[in-house]
Design a protein around this ligand. Structure first.
Ligand SMILES: Nc1ncnc2c1ncn2[C@@H]1O[C@H](COP(=O)(O)OP(=O)(O)OP(=O)(O)O)[C@@H](O)[C@H]1O
Length: 605
C-alpha cells in the first residue's frame, strides 16, 4: 500500500491535481469520500433555499387567497434547510480534522523517506536545499488540508452556482450571461496572478535562505563570538537589510500590479450585477415577471454573486497551492536515489580501488582522477596531501558513501555498491572533520554510533575508553548522563578536544571491518593527538584503519602512506620509502620538520 501511494505521488505524467486527489482518496479512503460528499451535498442547499424562498414570497404576497398553513409550511421548509445545512457543517469539521491528521502524517513520512533514500551527492547540489525548503512548505500543518478544502470548496461553489443559475435561468437567462462573462475574466486574471506569485516565490528563495543564514550567524552562540571578535555584526546586518529591501521591493511591485487588476475586475463585477438587476426591474415593470419572482431573483442573484466571488477568490489560492504541491512532487521524484540492493553477504578482505574517478554533481573538475590501489585487510593507512587534494573524498568513496563516477571499489572481492545500505553502514565506522555534536547526553552521543546498544552500559563504557571519552565522563558532574548542550536547562558544553574524544568513542560503538578518521583530532594538543591516534591504531586491531591527517608525525605510525595531490594518488609506501623517494611526501616532511626544528637541531621530526 505504501508503494502504491508513493507511485501515485511520483506519477509525473498525471496532472498534479489529479495525483493529489487520488492520493487523498487512497490515503484516507472513507474520510475523503465522506468529506467530498458533504461538500457537494451542502453545495445544493443555497439553490434549494432560493427555490423555497420564492414559494415563501408567493405565499406571503397572496396570503389573502391561500391558507396561512401553506405559508408556514414553506417557512418551516426554509428553516429545515438552514438547520440541516448547519448540522452538515459540524460533521464536516470533525471529518476534516481527522482527514487532516491522516494526510499530514502520511505526506511527512513520504518526504522523510525520500530524503533518507537520496544519494549523498544529491545533498551537495546547490539547489537541493531550496528544493527541500519548497517541498517542506506544503508539509506544514494545515497546508495539505487547505489545498484539499480549496479543491472541494470550488467544487461546492460550482455546484451551488450551477444549481442557482438553473433556478434563475427558468425566469431570466440574459441577466445570468452578464454576470458569468465578468466572472470568467476574473478567473483568468486570478490564474495568471497565482502563477506570477509562485514564480516570484521561487526567485526570492535563494535570497531568503541567505537572509536566514545571516540571521543564524548573528544569533547562534558558536558564530556570535567570532562575529564580535571581527566586529562583523554591523556589516552583516547591513547586508541582511539590503537583501531584505531588495526582496520587499520586488514583492511590492508585483503586489501593486495585482491589486490594480483585481480592483478593475471588482468594479466590472459590480457593474455586471447592476446590469442584471436593471434587466429584472425592467421585466417586472413590463409584467413579464411576478413580484414574488422579482424578490426571489434578487435573493438568488445575491447568492449567485457570493458563490461566484468565493469560487474566483479560491481559484487563485488553489492555483498557488497546486504550484506549491507541484514543488513537493518534484522533490519526491528527485534523483539519484540510493539504489535498492539486497546483498548483505560480505567477508573481510582486501579493499581494492580500481581506476576510480569521481566528480561532484555540477562540479567542473574531477575531485578524484584514476585512482587504483589495494589495501590488504587489517592494514593501517594514512592519507596525506595538501588542502583540497582529495583525501576526504577518497575516504567517503572507500566507505561507500559516494558512488564512483567511473571505476569500482571492492571489499573482500565484492563491489561495495552492490551491498544493501544498512549492511554497508555496518561494515564501516568513521569520524569526520565536521562530526556532529548532538544536543543529547554524553551516553546518547556515544550510543548513537550503534543505536541498538544505546542502553548497553558496558558497550558505552568500552567505547568511551577506546576513544578517550571516559576521561570526559569522569570530569562531568552527572557522568554519562550529562546533557551536552547549553541550549536546554542543566546542560553543559565541552571543549573542542573533548568533543573529538566523544566523536571517536562513538565510532567504537561498532565492530566494523573498516574504521576511518578524517582529521577529527586537529583540536587536540599534539601529545593528546598522538595518544588518541596511537590508541586508535592499537585498538583498530584486525580492522583496516584509514587516517586522514596533515600531521606527518602521525602518518609515520601507519603501515602505509598514500600521498594525494590534485585528486591523484601520486606516491605511496612507508615513511622511509617515501623519504628516500625524495618526492612530494619528502618535501612536506621537510617543511613540517623545519617548523618544529630549533636553531641548534640539524633535522628530524
Ligand atoms: N561538496 C562538494 N562539491 C563540489 N566540490 C567539492 C565538494 N567537496 C569537495 N569538493 C572539491 O573536491 C576537491 C577535493 O576535496 P576534499 O575535501 O576531498 O579535499 P581534502 O584533501 O580532504 O582537503 P582538506 O585537507 O582541506 O580537508 C576540492 O577541490 C574541493 O573543492
Amino acid at each position: 500500500m505504501v508503494q502504491v501511494k508513493q507511485r501515485i505521488l511520483q506519477h509525473s505524467r498525471w496532472p498534479i491535481h489529479l495525483r493529489f486527489i487520488i492520493w487523498t482518496l487512497v490515503t484516507g479512503k472513507t474520510r475523503s469520500i465522506v468529506y467530498a460528499a458533504l461538500m457537494v451535498i451542502s453545495g445544493l442547499f443555497p439553490a434549494a433555499g432560493v427555490w423555497v424562498a420564492m414559494h415563501v414570497f408567493t405565499a406571503a404576497l397572496h396570503i389573502h387567497a391561500v391558507h396561512i398553513r401553506v405559508l408556514l409550511r414553506w417557512i418551516a421548509a426554509w428553516a429545515g434547510i438552514a438547520l440541516v445545512s448547519s448540522l452538515i457543517w459540524s460533521v464536516y469539521q470533525v471529518v476534516e480534522e481527522a482527514l487532516k491528521l491522516t494526510l499530514e502524517a502520511e505526506m511527512e513520512r513520504s518526504l522523510q523517506q525520500k530524503t533518507a533514500r537520496l544519494a549523498l551527492e544529491t545533498f551537495e547540489r546547490g539547489d537541493f536545499h531550496d528544493m527541500l525548503e519548497r517541498a517542506r512548505e506544503m508539509t506544514k500543518p494545515g497546508e495539505l488540508m487547505n489545498l484539499l478544502a480549496e479543491s472541494w470548496f470550488i467544487g461546492q461553489s460550482v455546484v451551488t452556482t450551477i444549481a442557482i443559475a438553473g433556478v434563475i435561468a427558468t425566469w431570466n437567462a440574459w441577466m445570468l450571461t452578464a454576470v458569468i462573462v465578468v466572472a470568467a475574466l476574473d478567473v483568468l486574471a486570478q490564474l495568471g496572478q497565482a502563477r506570477e506569485a509562485h514564480a516570484l516565490k521561487h526567485a526570492l528563495a535563494p535570497n531568503q535562505r541567505l537572509r536566514r543564514y545571516i540571521q543564524d550567524v548573528l544569533t547562534t552562540p558558536a558564530s556570535a563570538k567570532e562575529v564580535r571578535t571581527f566586529a562583523a555584526g554591523e556589516r552583516l546586518l547591513t547586508r541582511w537589510a539590503s537583501l531584505h529591501c531588495e526582496d520587499m521591493a520586488r514583492e511590492w511591485r508585483v503586489q501593486r500590479r495585482h491589486e490594480l487588476v483585481r480592483s478593475a475586475l471588482a468594479i466590472g463585477g459590480v457593474l455586471g450585477v447592476v446590469l442584471g438587476i436593471a434587466i429584472v426591474c425592467f421585466q417586472t415593470i413590463s409584467g413579464a415577471l411576478s413580484a414574488a419572482e422579482f424578490a426571489a431573483i434578487l435573493y438568488g442573484l445575491q447568492q449567485f454573486h457570493t458563490g461566484v466571488n468565493e469560487a474566483i477568490g479560491r481559484v487563485g489560492y488553489l492555483r498557488q497551492y497546486l504550484l506549491r504541491i507541484g514543488d513537493l512532487f518534484t522533490y519526491l521524484t528527485l534523483e539519484p536515489e540510493i539504489r535498492d540492493k539486497t546483498d548483505t553477504d560480505i567477508q573481510p578482505g582486501p579493499l581494492e580501488v580500481r581506476s576510480v574517478s569521481f566528480c561532484y554533481p555540477r562540479a567542473k573538475e574531477k575531485a578524484l582522477s584514476d585512482i587504483s590501489l589495494t589495501v590488504p585487510f587489517g592494514q593501517r593507512v594514512a592519507v596525506v596531501g595538501e588542502n583540497g587534494a582529495g583525501k576526504s573524498t577518497l575516504v567517503r568513496l572507500l566507505l561507500g558513501l559516494y558512488e564512483p563516477t567511473t571505476g569500482a571499489i571492492q571489499l573482500g572481492g565484492k563491489d561495495i555498491q552492490t551491498l544493501r545500505a544498512d549492511r554497508r553502514a555496518s561494515i564501516s565506522s568513521v569520524v569526520f572533520q565536521d562530526f556532529i555534536k548532538y544536543a543529547f547526553t554524553l551516553r546518547e552521543n556515544i550510543g548513537l554510533g550503534n543505536y541498538d546498544k544505546m542502553d548497553d552500559e558496558q558497550a558505552i563504557v568500552a567505547a568511551a575508553k577506546a576513544g578517550g571519552a571516559d576521561e570526559v565522563a569522569s570530569a562531568l558532574s552527572a557522568g554519562y548522563e550529562t546533557l551536552l548542550t547549553t541550549r536546554f536547562a542543566d546542560g553543559t558544553d565541552l571543549s573542542g578536544g573533548q568533543w573529538q574524544k566523544v566523536a571517536i568513542s562513538r565510532a567504537f560503538m561498532r565492530n566494523p571491518m573498516i574504521v576511518a578518521l578524517d582529521e577529527p583530532t586537529s583540536a587536540l594538543d599534539p601529545q593528546m593527538e598522538t595518544e588518541v591516534l596511537e590508541r586508535f591504531l592499537s585498538i583498530s586491531g584486525e580492522r583496516t584503519a584509514i587516517i586522514v591527517s596533515h600531521r606527518l608525525g602521525i602518518a609515520r605510525l601507519c603501515d602505509r602512506i598514500l600521498v594525494m595531490s590534485n585528486g591523484r594518488l601520486v606516491e605511496e609506501g612507508t615513511h622511509e620509502d617515501l623519504l628516500q623517494l625524495g618526492g612530494e611526501y619528502a618535501r612536506m616532511w621537510n617543511l613540517q620538520a623545519q617548523r618544529y626544528r630549533t636553531p641548534s637541531q640539524p633535522s628530524g621530526d
